[in-house]
Design a binder for this molecule. Sequence first.
Ligand code: UD1
Ligand code: CA
Length: 455
Amino acid sequence: MSNAPAAPVALILLAAGQGTRMKSDLPKVLHRIAGAPLLHHAMLAGAALEPDRTIIVSGHGAAEVEAAAQALDPGAEVVVQADQLGTAHAVDQARAALEGFAGNAIVLYGDTPFIRPETLAAMLAARAENAVVVLGFEAADPGRYGRLVMKGATLERIVEFKEATDKERAITFCNSGVICADSALLLDLISQVSNDNAAGEYYLTDIVALARARALPVTAVRCTEAETMGVNSRAELAAAEAAYQASRRAEAIDDGVTLQAPDTVHFSFDTVIGRDAEIEPNVIFGPGVTVETGARIRAFSHLEGCHVSRGAIVGPYARLRPGAELAEDVRIGNFVEIKNAQIDEGAKVNHLTYIGDASIGAGANIGAGTVTCNYDGVFKHRTEIGAHAFIGSDTMLVAPVKIGEGAMTATGSVITGDVPAGAMAVARARQENKPGFATRFMQHLRDLKQARTRE
Ligand code: UD1
Ligand code: CA
């Protein structure tokens, strides 16, 4: 391995296309796969190269695209291509943003989410011996892709489908669109590109023949067709989601996670699951979930923005919402919703319960049907339950309220004031029995009914 510092990298992501076929008000690159916009997937692949500059060429919905790009990377620069005159014209919009930059430029596409960081690294490595490196793939059905015209290891030119001869159309080695070149050279070659072609567009692909005319070395690096999968329609979005889920499931299984029915488990782009965790069928992971080793997520549970520690058991039919923090060996049972709440070690919330804006101490037991009444219509209030407290079934905890360590609440209580440690709070009407009343009352009702049917 050489110790020479790697040349700086600038990413140029093309994202100006309208995406007409999506039939959407949302810019195409903001449609989501596994909870993250297509644009983020593309940016994250490039981010692994630790780029000095990230430039996004937007057009339709530029303001929304800019907000999304900067939400992921505040340093991302968004330039606007007002008219989409072709891929070379799109890259040309980054010229001002590249002012003063010396290094490699990599052109990526906002609607192509699966390019792997390793593939981009292979392209950068090939740059050592080549002025321009293009990412190609063997297409099962080459369709309308640009064709790569190779001569040995040299890429001579890229011919767009519209311009290709029958012989060229028979080529199955196709252009992914991803290109890597020295930034200054790229901009220089682009200034030579014309729109004198069948589409009347400025083709980025023309820079290959232009580089070869200067006798510069040009080559193509190969990736799988799956990596170059693009999204142009809702059907392709669904297919891309399926492909992403399939790879995440395989990855989880490979990492030592048990998935009983892999096809029914849905991951987010950032889901983290430790080894020996067990995920039962029909579990959905929204964004921001970490599940530690050995935890068990039972069937039909929905988790987002939460953390599940080792040994905890969640579900079946549980809902963990943002800010749910489960410590080790916690039990969350069926039809329980937890939001913005810390549940300490070994605590149990097993049935039909809502816990929101709360902390629950270690070993506490929360009875069936308990509700933290956390919202007064304007403000949210906290409920604090001490360690080893016992909350009787159907307790309403009207927040703000504190239940002391080892305290109890009687079943059916509406708790509006703090309960000291070790105390028992009873907050419900006292029971009164009326002897014989039920028998007399029922007889009265039956007599009434009979009188009415005679009328
Ligand atoms: C392009 C390539 C083709 C390659 C294919 C891979 C060219 C000339 N052709 O064709 O060789 O096989 O991609 O999918 O580059 N865009 C802009 N501004 C523009 C034009 C395009 O931002 O003015 C963006 C689009 O939003 C899209 C991407 O660039 O994300 C590719 O553009 P598109 O028109 O789809 O290119 P293809 O015709 O598919
Ligand atoms: Ca096109």
